[in-house]
Design a protein around this ligand. Sequence first.
Ligand code: ARG
Length: 263
Amino acid sequence: MNSRLLVCDPRHFRIDYEINPYMHTETQPELAAATAEHEAIVAAHLAAGRKVEYVAAAPDCPDMVYTANAAVVRGDHVVLANLPPERQAETPYHRAWFAERDYRIVQAPYAFSGQGDALACGDLLFAGHGQRTDRRTLDLLADFLDYRVVPLRTVSARWYDLDLALSVIDADTLAYCPEAFDQPSLAELHSAGLDLIEVSRAEADNFALNLVSDGTTVTMTTGAPVLAARLRERGKTVVQLETTELRKGGGGIRCTALTLDNA
Ligand code: ARG
């Protein structure tokens, strides 16, 4: 898992609007620092043996570095996101990238945050709704991508995307922040038959869960020593990187990588 990733360089990354509680137009990313941060993330993917592909950055798309929101992909099937109005200019670029490579594409007719709200684990798809994704999108994900969808609802805009509250560590293991979910969602998580690692609110607020794991190596942010230690106890190689610039847009490492190899 996560051996092929789609990324976008941050040359046009800016905070032009505030669509999540972490964004403040008066706190702009610094281009050189953001570029170095992004290059370090890509280098970590490559060092872990992952393949990285690029979609070209567009000047009118200041959030395009967060490729996770483009779509969710399984095999050659793609469900394109239906993003907030501020980000809709991204979708034609994403559609073109997939069309040039002969993917079978549908676009979600209702709100959909792409992989930000759709994390695959084998045949299961953990799907967030209630923030950036309309509940009705989940039926399309189940039908078109042939997943067993586990619906999860986060309780605050702090977790506007599921990938801030939950991460897939390997085929048998999830990490999650219990405070992020309502009761029915916690029940769904506990009955999924997977091992669960609990992450504190403090570490989740540091984007601890916004990580990329291939099952062996976990690429994650600094500022989450407890989660890092628990992953090492389980035999994972943990690589921790600074994500100070990406945080200004309300994202982290997971947000910058769309998985292309979901089986
Ligand atoms: N500024 C972006 C937005 O609010 C951040 C997206 C982060 N992506 C993610 N998968 N959580 O849309």
